[in-house]
Ligand binder design. Structure first.
Ligand SMILES: Nc1ncnc2c1ncn2[C@@H]1O[C@H](COP(=O)(O)OP(=O)(O)OP(=O)(O)O)[C@@H](O)[C@H]1O
Ligand SMILES: [Mg+2]
Length: 241
C-alpha cells in the first residue's frame, strides 16, 4: 500500500524554485532514500510533507487523505514524524523529558506518567540512550543530541519517519550501529524516508532511492542502478565528466 504520495508538488521561494513538479511515492514498510546534491530541495520536501511549508501547487496524500493544507500538529498526530538536519532538542531538559514531549504530544490526558515513562524508556534503550536519561541535553555531544531528536520523533508513535541527514559526522563503527538501529525501527512497522549524503547508509538500508536535482526528480530505482545513472553522476559532479 502507498503510504505517502507527492503529486506534482512545487515550492517557490521568490524567484527560486526549490521543488519543481515533484512526484514520488513511499510504500508502506519501505525505507526510501531521498538523495541529491546540496540545495536539491530535500529538506524543503520534508518541510512540505510535515506542513511547515505549504506548496504553491500540487498535492500531498498520506494514507489516502489529502494533507496538503493540514497544519503541522495535525500531520504529526496522523503519524508523520521527522528529525531535523540541524537537531532542535530542548537543551535545558533531560533526555527523558525530551522524549516524553513526543509521547505526551496530543495524548496529555490519555496516558499515565508511568506508562509514558515505560514506553519512552524502551525507545531510549533501543537508541542506546537509556543510561543518559537523566542528563541535561545541553551536556550531550552532537551525535547524542541527534539521537535525542530521533527518540522524541519515535515517541510520537509514527507510521512514517522522515530522517534528514541523521548520519552526518558518524565514524565507521557508529555508522554500522546506526544502520542496525534504523533496520530495527523499520522492523517495528515504521515506514522510513531518509535523506543522507553518506552513501553507505543509503546502500545499507534502502532498496529504492529517489534522486532530486534543482527540485526535480532525475532518477528513481535501486541504489546501484541510480549510482550508475549518467544524469545522477552529472548532477553530483557537474557537466565536465
Ligand atoms: N526558507 C527558505 N527561503 C528561501 N530559500 C530557501 C528556503 N529554504 C530553502 N531555500 C532554498 O531552496 C533550495 C533547496 O534547499 P533545501 O534546504 O531544501 O536543499 P537540500 O537538498 O536539503 O540541501 P542540503 O543537502 O544542503 O541540505 C536551496 O537553494 C535553498 O537555498
Ligand atoms: Mg537539507
Amino acid at each position: 500500500m502507498t503510504l505517502l504520495q507527492l503529486e506534482r508538488v512545487t515550492k517557490r521561494f521568490g524567484g527560486l524554485i526549490a521543488v519543481n513538479g515533484l512526484s514520488f511515492k513511499i510504500e508502506e514498510n519501505d525505507i526510501l532514500g531521498l538523495i541529491g546534491p546540496n540545495g536539491a530541495g530535500k529538506t524543503t520536501v520534508f518541510n512540505l510533507v510535515t506542513g511547515i511549508l505549504k506548496p504553491d501547487s500540487g498535492k500531498i496524500i498520506y494514507k489516502g487523505e489529502d494533507i496538503t493544507k493540514h497544519k503541522p500538529y495535525e500531520i504529526c498526530k496522523k503519524g508523520v514524524a521527522r528529525t531535523h538536519q540541524l537537531s532542535k532538542p530542548f537543551i535545558n531538559q533531560t533526555v527523558l523529558q525530551n522524549a516524553l514531549v513526543g509521547r505526551f504530544f496530543g495524548h496529555m490526558n490519555k496516558i499515565s506518567d508511568e506508562e509514558a515513562i515505560e514506553e519512552v524508556s524502551s525507545i531510549l534503550k533501543l537508541l542506546n540512550l537509556y543510561d543518559k536519561r537523566s542528563e541535561l541535553v545541553k551536556n550531550l555531544n552532537i551525535l547524542e543530541r541527534k539521537t535525542v531528536e530521533l527518540a522524541r520523533a519515535l515517541a510520537t508513535k509514527p507510521s512514517l519517519l522522515l530522517l534528514d541527514e541523521p548520519a552526518g559526522g558518524l565514524n565507521p563503527s557508529e555508522l554500522s550501529q546506526f544502520i542496525d538501529t534504523i533496520k530495527e525501527i523499520s522492523r517495528r512497522n515504521i515506514t522510513i524516508c531518509i535523506v543522507e549524503h553518506v552513501m553507505k547508509v543509503i546502500t545499507g538500508l534502502c532498496n529504492r532511492v529517489v534522486v532530486i536535482h534543482h527540485g526535480e526528480k532525475i532518477a528513481e530505482g535501486a541504489p546501484v542502478e541510480v549510482a550508475s545513472d549518467l544524469n545522477v553522476i552529472k548532477a553530483y559532479l557537474g557537466e565536465a565528466i
